[in-house]
Design a binder for this molecule. Structure first.
Ligand code: 13P
Ligand code: SF4
Length: 301
């Protein structure tokens, strides 16, 4: 922690100087999550809280699509992403042209788009969703069939809980697709009584074998409320690190997968972002208007 002190002190001073807030996703490392972030949470919480952020500058300690969402909701504010290369395999799995072609193939079927997408894809969509509200969004439309992009597993996991028919795309999260049901069986054998929580980006066979599935915030709440004596979070590694710090009495079993995109954000590049005002997110106004509508429809639910 001592090696982090210089950057932490500089970031805290820069935040005051620039009237800046740092929004950090649950997958950020503990020194970011616990020492410099003002607002932490899942994608839905970050989008909601970005909307009411009382600041001139927002630094998004997360991935690029999260910074774009914050900019959509705060067109007048400066939104910075400390490393532009912080992408997402889901966002990379689909283009705006793919969505236009799907609409031609399924005329009149509404398009529900996971926030893990580019603004161009959001602009072609009817409404956005996150893992925290996907079922509510799909069911809010009052139709028998929807297209849900781009995460095939999230779409199948929601379809399993709903009467709405879901047409899925073939995108996968490179972190969650690696978990298997065999991993869970081995964990239960090696750690008797362990409670298994899985993110809904995991394959459906994994979600079926888990004790609970929910967004990163829903997993945190589960631990907070149920206080399982032994738990494993089938998701990105930093989640357990962050939650475990708040629950020293709970045993966290930690097979996990790293998200290389989330890990591009560091204290050093957050400091540089605030010092040099980079990398500022810009969105073409014609695209921003349509994409914002899809995000705002989601937030209204
Ligand atoms: P949450 O919305 O559950 O935080 O998920 C975001 C994400 O990127 C998970 O991989
Ligand atoms: Fe994208 Fe998966 Fe990383 Fe989340 S964990 S940002 S879905 S690649």
């Amino acid at each position: 922690w001592l090696t982090f002190l210089d950057d932490i002190e500089a970031i805290l001073a820069l935040k005051r100087e620039r009237n800046a807030v740092i929004l950090a996703h649950n997958y950020q490392t503990p020194e970011i999550f616990h020492c410099v972030a003002d607002i932490v949470g899942d994608s839905l919480a970050l989008a909601r809280k970005a909307m009411s952020a009382d600041a001139d500058v927002i630094v998004l300690a997360g991935v690029h699509f999260m910074a774009e969402t914050a900019k959509l909701l705060n067109p007048q504010k400066t939104v910075l992403i400390p490393d532009r290369r912080a992408g997402c395999s889901l966002a990379d799995s689909i283009t705006a042209e793919d969505v236009r072609q799907l609409r031609q193939r399924y005329p009149g079927v509404p398009v529900v788009t996971y926030v893990n997408t580019s603004v161009e894809v959001k602009a072609e969509s009817d409404i956005c969703c996150t893992s925290g509200n996907a079922k509510a969004v799909v069911e809010s439309l009052g139709v028998p069939r929807v297209i849900m992009l781009p995460d095939e597993y999230l779409a199948k996991n929601i379809a399993a809980q709903s009467d709405v028919e879901i047409i899925a795309w073939k995108g996968h999260c490179e972190v969650h697709e690696r978990f298997t049901p065999a991993d869970i069986r081995q964990l239960r054998e090696d750690h008797p009584g362990v409670t298994v929580l899985a993110h809904p980006e995991c394959p459906p066979e994994v979600v079926t074998e888990a004790d609970f599935s929910g967004s990163t915030a829903a997993m945190c709440d589960y631990v907070e409320r149920q206080k399982p004596p032994r738990v494993v979070l089938m998701t990105e590694c930093s989640m357990s690190d962050n939650v475990a710090l708040a629950h020293p009495d709970i045993e966290f079993i930690r097979p996990c997968n790293l998200c290389p995109h989330m890990k591009r954000i560091t204290l050093a590049n957050i400091r540089t972002a605030l010092e040099q005002n980079h990398h500022a997110v810009t969105i073409e106004p014609g695209i921003a208007g349509r994409a914002r509508l899809a995000v705002e429809r989601m937030l209204a639910i």
